[in-house]
Write a protein that binds this ligand. Sequence first.
Ligand code: NPW
Ligand code: ADP
Ligand code: K
Length: 546
Amino acid sequence: MISAWSAADVRAAEEPLLAEGVPLMERASFALATQVVRDVAARRGTVRGARVVLLVGAGNNGGDALHAGAVLARRGLGVTAVLVDERAHPGGLTALRRAGGRVVELFAAPGRVGAVAGDVARSDVVLDGLVGLGARGPLRGLAADLVAALVGALETAQAPALDEAAPRATRRAWVVAVDVPSGIGVDDGAVAGPVLAADRTVTFGAAKPGLLLPPAAGLAGEVAVVDIGLHLDDPPAVRRLEPDDVARSWPVPGAADHKYTRGVVGVVAGTATYPGAAVLTTTGAVCAGAGMVRYRGSVEVGRVVVGARPEVVTVPGRVQAWVVGPGVPGGPEAEDEGQDDGQHERGRAGLVAASGGLGGLAGGPVPAVVDAGGLGLLDDDSPPWFVVTPHAGELTALLRSRGEDVRRADVEAEPLRWARRAHDLTGATVLLKGGVTVVAGPGVAYAQSDGPGWLATAGAGDVLAGLLGAMLAARADEVVRHPERAAEVAAAAALVHGRAAHRANPGGPVAALDVAHAVPAEVARLLSSRRPRGTCPPTRRPEEPA
Ligand SMILES: NC(=O)C1=CN([C@@H]2O[C@H](COP(=O)(O)OP(=O)(O)OC[C@H]3O[C@@H](n4cnc5c(N)ncnc54)[C@H](OP(=O)(O)O)[C@@H]3O)[C@@H](O)[C@H]2O)[C@@H](O)CC1
Ligand SMILES: Nc1ncnc2c1ncn2[C@@H]1O[C@H](COP(=O)(O)OP(=O)(O)O)[C@@H](O)[C@H]1O
Ligand SMILES: [K+]
């Protein structure tokens, strides 16, 4: 699991160590330099003679870049620091100069920003140390001008020139962000001004929420977390599950299990107009290993479902998780109104049962996935073991139906904020689908980035709903007793769904049904790497500087 803590939490964790005189900046900058050496060696074969440019702001983030630059200069790399502020970290500057690095005082000649950016773009590596945890709002002043010019210059440098034989990857500088890409919203992932997209971010002490959350997450590249000895208390602000986490918690059936202990999924999905959604949802549930899938929509659609998936039953009976709404009209967007074929009434009955509304008769509350047309059935006091699965458009409509003045662009700019708002307004756990899928539940948040862009295809969400339904059914009692677990299961479903899309056709287009069909093999692969709890090797601290 990757856990991300807010800037304030990280600063609070640094304080006692700084008071004891622990050399945090030395640890951070040495690990940064070590990573840069590795990257340069991998790209050029040798580090000697490589040209490194440090973009240096006025704070400690620039100090990290300068100290790392000093280490690199001593290793034989050619290092130049570009200062955008006269207050650059004095200790770092001294160290860099002593190691033979050059300094360009851009703050004294701001008119040269275009020329400098062109030069920087053609170096081997750029370290972005303009601003880190101390950022307030989007980049401003010379830092903003430099980054804007550099973004353009890097694009030009990357364009293949007809007469150039060099491989494309070597034509533009490799960008390494120091702690965070300068100017992102460290705590919320906002991108409100120019940001230099990084190929890699080396972040200190712990990941930061902005490195996991869209839209900034897309600008961080590969994130390397460096342990500098901070002790951070749970809970983190945002988490990201990794394959090991999902493998560890996946319920593997044993000799005493039978289909009812494995979990029965009840599905109300599709209509005569959209029968495919019912097939995709039930197939998602079957392929995720449900003990049984019970289709409880209309008789007509039920025939289509059973024709496609003979494992599915259509008779009433016990259900351990409901999936309500894929392919059913009448979500909060409600433009595509059509015949609902009685699905609303059936879906509502499923949700009443799931919330425990039928008491002992129905065997108590069970989890539910509420998607698409089901979202219009959602009460404002829904239990957290209901997981709603809107995309940004549906979440916007759901929020607007509750009086929020919000547009889709607002949701896309701050997905976690709006997912949390929807959780507060409805009580349900919210899984907001997108390139990064964000989950907000009681006191917990996840951001999963597992699928290829090819996954953005009609019906993929229906498969996710079925897959999640099966995962919730297998853990129904636990999820109802510990509602924050619903968010973890939802994040795990997003991980399996995304990885199944990669597996369905690595590097190319995928069809929704193929994603469902790839789920069994993906789960098997996850389980094959399962290690007993507690055997994960501890994170190694980087070597101390000599
Ligand atoms: N504490 C430690 O020992 C450790 C700290 N560590 C490192 O320190 C970093 C935090 O350093 P920090 O606190 O000095 O803040 P930092 O991110 O450099 O920025 C402050 C400067 O930026 C400026 N500025 C602000 N907003 C701006 C904007 N929008 N656009 C442009 N400029 C803006 C602001 O200017 P001012 O507002 O004063 O005019 C101020 O001068 C952290 O990310 C990590 O890398 C690690 O080495 C581990 C040990
Ligand atoms: N850019 C992207 N990269 C990766 N996955 C994406 C991207 N955009 C959307 N997705 C995923 O694709 C799926 C699309 O679901 P959805 O929009 O509900 O489609 P449908 O309603 O047609 O089933 C979701 O799982 C979502 O997270
Ligand atoms: K930075």
